[in-house]
Design a protein around this ligand. Sequence first.
Ligand code: G
Ligand code: G
Ligand code: MN
Ligand code: NA
Length: 251
Amino acid sequence: VDLQSQLQGALLRNEISMVLQPKISLADSRIVGAEALMRWTTASGQHVSPMDFIPVAEQTGLIVELGDWILQQALEWLASQDDRQLSVAVNLSARQLEDPQLPQRLLSWLSLRNLEPQRLELEVTESMLMSNREQASHFLEQVRNFGVRVAVDDFGTGYSSLNYLRWLPIDVLKIDRSFIHDLNRADDARAIARSIMNLAENLRLQVVAEGIEDPEAAAFLIDMGCPLGQGFWYSPPLSIAAFAERLSIPI
Ligand code: G
Ligand code: G
Ligand code: MN
Ligand code: NA
């Protein structure tokens, strides 16, 4: 069977799950939030990466269901947390930005659970912003008006200019993990990471380093004054139960 027909009904068969990667305040190693990530384990036990099934979900329209599902799961999780400072970030795909009803659905899910919209961050990539500027900006203006935050994922790897930072309502830059990976190996990666941090500071944007895999990279980032990060060095994506356990361990 092909991926497309297998993905059909995967939600109903409980094959889709959410994992959460801790987002860390680097100065004190404290967990301040999570990035929600989708996982698919087929009936035969095969793990399929979102890199493979999200494009299929986009082509077939299944992304509407899957995208709504993870947004609601992430908000459900957030509402279950005692710590009202925690935030959650959810990745969006291109098709979701073209859904004119999604901002209203989001608003109703937030208010249903009494969640402050500021605690939700939506991650978009530069290519998503560039491929459909009008719809992307209309979507982002709407959710931003509610108070939802907007992050540019994989920042520094798109082919775009920086001009969109002037006309789109962006709150956060997530430095792509390729730069973070090479921090202690290559001067250019270090220079680029530092420049992105300066850019963020000058534009009053928050900055998050992703893909921190070793203590050397963490030390560089702390030294450069990077406030937030995530990566395998701190924690891989975790199940809800494992995340709770991790939160309960004093640092
Ligand atoms: O979690 P992992 O490294 O396997 O993710 C691979 C890619 O899939 C990443 O680019 C990530 O942003 C994307 N991804 C993971 N979960 C989701 C999701 O729920 N929605 C969308 N649109 N992309 C996701
Ligand atoms: O593109 P995006 O940033 O959304 O990708 C998220 C993906 O990155 C997740 O699937 C997660 O598994 C993966 N990831 C998280 N931390 C690390 C890390 O330290 N190194 C690498 N290589 N991947 C990571
Ligand atoms: Mn992401
Ligand atoms: Na990324």
